[in-house]
Design a protein around this ligand. Structure first.
Ligand code: HPA
Length: 278
């Protein structure tokens, strides 16, 4: 018998399929301040999250709640404009639910974007990064609880959460477009507060370059479900323990907004050249 989760995923996917004949095989999730990407799409349908059964709706103003289905660089793509976060009070399973739905729609490749703060002094605000690995310090995990073997294994492997071939493609594309792109180790925290100087010092000490409040729940669910993940981040603020300044959220959004056009060019070209990773 299908699990409740499976039934909810199927109902959500069905509602989206009812709105568009396109069958996307790439999913893109847009993070804080990066919503402009959806405008790059030759859009077929926009489905509001609140019209998709069981879909979580964001409470954060900077996150619109719309799924855009359309064409980009010759492929059918589903773009999530806005996502929900654990700190909003959603369970990890709810945070990861849209990724499950993208999988059910046929999105075998998932491109996740997000804003993050950098403890690594070589990654100033405005830097673009590709995540090659992560540390989960959120204290929770979307895979906890009953496992539906039809969705993925009980103990999913995490030796390569971010597909090496996608990382390599992103780096080739970045080189061709002359966009600086550095590799980063991402640590996820629950938030919603930003970190203390002592916490930034600790996060740097354990080896992380950047910190954020997202990415990891989605990646865990995607890897569990057999999707290939590419994670691209914009550094929006410097998190230097010995030179810490108050962060203005407006400034975080402004930095992300300024980086968005470059990130859009990068993602568009990655999607155009996805066949190189097969
Ligand atoms: N911590 C610090 N700075 C940030 C974060 C975070 O989680 N996300 C974006 N900038």
């Amino acid at each position: 018998m299908a699990s409740d989760l499976m039934t909810r995923i199927d109902e959500a996917a069905e509602a989206i399929r009812d709105c568009s004949a396109l069958r996307p095989d790439v999913g893109v999730v847009l993070g804080t301040g990066l919503g402009d990407f959806a405008d790059a799409l030759d859009v077929d349908t926009v489905v509001r999250y609140r019209d998709i059964p069981h879909f979580p709706v964001s409470t954060v103003e900077s996150h619109a709640g719309e799924l855009h289905v359309g064409r980009l660089a010759g492929r059918a793509v589903a773009v999530m404009k806005g996502r929900v976060h654990y700190y909003e009070g959603y369970s990890m399973r709810e945070v990861a639910f849209p990724v499950r739905v993208l999988r059910a729609l046929g999105c075998e490749t998932l491109i996740l974007t997000n804003a993050c703060g950098a403890m690594n002094p070589d990654m100033p605000p405005g830097s673009l990064l590709v995540t090659t690995d992560h540390i989960n310090l959120m204290g929770d995990n979307p895979l906890i609880g009953e496992n539906d073997d039809a969705l993925g294994p009980r103990f999913p492997d995490m030796s390569e959460p971010y597909a090496r071939r996608l990382v390599a493609l992103a780096e080739r594309v970045a080189l061709d477009l002359k966009i600086p792109l550095a590799r980063a180790l991402y640590v996820a925290v629950a938030g919603p507060n930003l970190e203390t100087a002592a916490e930034y010092r600790f996060l740097r000490w354990i080896g992380a370059d950047v910190v954020g409040m997202g990415l990891v729940p989605e990646t865990l669910a995607a890897v569990h479900g057999g999707q290939r993940v590419l994670a691209l981040s914009v550094v929006t603020d410097a998190c230097l323990a010995d030179d810490l300044h108050p962060v203005e959220i407006a400034e975080v959004l402004a930095v992300a907004g300024r980086a968005a056009p470059t990130l859009i060019r990068l993602i568009t070209e990655v999607i155009r050249r996805l066949d190189e990773t097969r």
